[in-house]
Ligand binder design. Sequence first.
Ligand code: NAD
Length: 356
Amino acid sequence: MKLFDIMETKGHEQVVIGSQPDTGLRTIIAIHDTTLGPALGGCRIWPYASEDEALTDVLRLSRAMTYKASAAGLNLGGGKAVIIADPKKEKSEALFRAFGRFVQSLNGRYITAEDVGTDVTDMEFIRMETKHVVGLNTDRGGSGDPSPVTAVGVLHGMEATLQETGKSGKFDGLRVAIQGLGHCGSHLARLLHERGASLIVTDINPERTDMAASEYNAEVVPPDQIIEVDADIFAPCAMGAVINPESLDRLRAPIVAGSANNQLATIEMAAELEKRGKIYAPDFVINAGGLINVSFELWGYNRERALRRTRNIYYQLRKVYKQSREKKITTQDAAMEVAVERIDIIRKISRSYRKA
Ligand code: NAD
């Protein structure tokens, strides 16, 4: 891999490699852009097949965090860490404390958090070595489970998206199809039910669909049918790549708005959705509630303030839709533009200050 070429074209500032053989630590931290603030992003632990694969992943994920934080209006940059190990067999206090010391050596340029393969307990080991970690338990002054706030953000985003289609933004009488009733999907189901929406749900775990049927009177459909149910909104809250060449023509709902990451199998799907008259709420904008929530740990966590700030997702999406309409670009491209524009403006301001 031509690392410097990639860093130069994709805009990464710094890539740091850490190793401590006696703890099994093999880690890469990528700091993509710190124009807006320190780089925040989770620590993923995964048994990557090769170092190149780990590096490719951390470069891609750190860059995505820059745009997510920017679009959310946070004063944070984008970063990510990967640890090459099997989370089922190789996690230990020593490993995470060694990682914590490595994070500490960056002196706050990178702030770590939970991601795939890591949890609150791991964050507590990291916290023993560095204060540059968020995602701690509420009893440690942390923000706890982010998914209720992510669900609130998705709800605000749905409101903005409904308004874009000329509707009131109210949920009463609407039909919402939810794919996945895990942490986010189950909170979203409750919020929508409380607001008078009818729910059509699916999950591979029947306990979850049974719960939604009994608590929210939800209609349950098999996983392969959720995309084609008659609904006002399709809310992907499970896995990625749900909008793909195979599902595009089966999708009936005019709106795609949910918490899942990487909903589009490829970037071309955004234009394909538009051709079919659908509105897509870019995932990295609508699902930023969890990031907003966790970022509040940096200033002393306060749930009320985090929830108030999550309302920003509504305004950001209104801005994205306006830009998409005016420039005749997809909502995905407009969201990227909104994120990049903010970084560019702040970069110019800080340069002019330095010159003065
Ligand atoms: P989760 O693992 O708690 O829930 C996922 C649910 O989807 C589970 O109930 C699972 O059984 C179900 N599922 C899996 N495959 C399915 C399939 N083929 N069809 C139907 N259901 C299926 O995860 P989560 O924390 O709720 O996150 C959901 C999505 O939102 C993920 O893509 C995640 O990356 C994204 N996200 C989550 C947060 C957060 O705060 N938790 C924040 C941002 C983005």
